[in-house]
Write a protein that binds this ligand. Structure first.
Ligand code: ADP
Ligand code: MG
Length: 259
């Protein structure tokens, strides 16, 4: 396990005069899968800038490049051409292990299928990212309990995923994503496997988390879920077609505030 620091700290960024820059900046991002006659350009020049504290819904038809973009944003993949800056760091210039440090330190992931370990308690599932970081048992346990409490599932800490509903499983997955105290939560169709009521509960949880300062990027097919976001990015054919910013969030809150 590497103990090296992430490539750039907040203090470094401030020294470089970059503190005022967007948290995430993509410029002319292209991504080509395959080679020669089989080559397919999934992204054709994506420009996207996201500020710290935003809640972004990414929408668009199937195959329009949403997941490919999320994989680049999540430092899981690199663009073929173009620049991706995160916290002032040029991610495409980093070595693979530096990218994974960035990912482990600053990013949390939530997936459509929850991706929990089956015969493992909720608490142990949430502890996992800290285990990978080499943290001690006591610290792991305390942080995982705090994180489970944040999603309202501390009483279910000893239960395995099979003993939890889909909505509860996704909340465990969110607790797992939060346990490392990330800057950004990346969620690819987090409500895709849930009914409407459970989906709205997840969206309310994400809204509350966003209010505490965490930046959220979420792919969704559903207009109803996208309404919770402050910014909606529409993809089409490997390009950003339109960005709607400054949207009123919390439309579902009772007696919601007036613009
Ligand atoms: P979305 O998430 O919007 O449905 P994706 O980003 O998953 O779209 O995919 C965009 C396009 O790129 C699709 O046509 C898809 O088939 C293609 N694609 C994605 N990943 C790969 C890959 N690893 N190899 C080849 N083609 C891919
Ligand atoms: Mg997708």
């Amino acid at each position: 396990m590497s103990t090296a620091s992430p490539p750039l700290t907040e203090a470094d960024a401030a020294r470089n005069g970059r503190a005022a820059e967007a948290l995430i900046e993509m410029e002319g991002i292209t991504k080509t899968f395959g080679q020669g006659a089989a080559a397919f350009q999934a992204l054709k020049g994506v420009d996207l800038s996201i500020d710290r504290g935003d809640f972004v819904a990414v929408m668009g038809p199937s195959g329009s490049g949403k997941s490919t973009t999320m994989n680049i944003l999540g430092c899981l993949d690199v663009p073929t051409t173009g620049r991706f800056r995160f916290r002032g760091v040029e991610v495409q210039d980093l070595a693979r292990d530096q990218r994974s440090l960035l990912r482990r330190r600053y990013l949390g992931f939530v997936f459509q299928g929850f991706n929990l370990l089956a015969r493992t308690s909720a608490l142990e599932n949430v502890e996992l990212p800290l285990l990978y970081r080499g943290e001690k048992k006591k610290q792991r346990r305390e942080a995982a309990e705090r994180s489970l409490d944040l999603v309202g599932l501390l009483p279910w800490a000893d239960h395995t995923p099979a003993e939890l509903s889909g909505g509860q499983q996704q909340r465990v997955a969110i607790a797992r994503a939060l346990v490392t105290d990330p800057d950004v939560l990346l969620a690819d169709e987090p409500t895709g496997n849930l009914d409407t009521e459970r989906s709205l509960e997840i969206m309310e949880l994400l809204t509350d988390l966003n209010k505490t300062g965490i930046t959220i990027l979420m792919v969704t097919h559903e207009e109803e879920m996208a309404q919770f976001a402050k910014t909606i990015v529409h993809f089409r054919d490997g390009l950003v077609e339109r960005i709607d910013r400054g949207l009123k969030s919390h439309v579902h809150a009772p007696g919601g505030e007036h613009a």
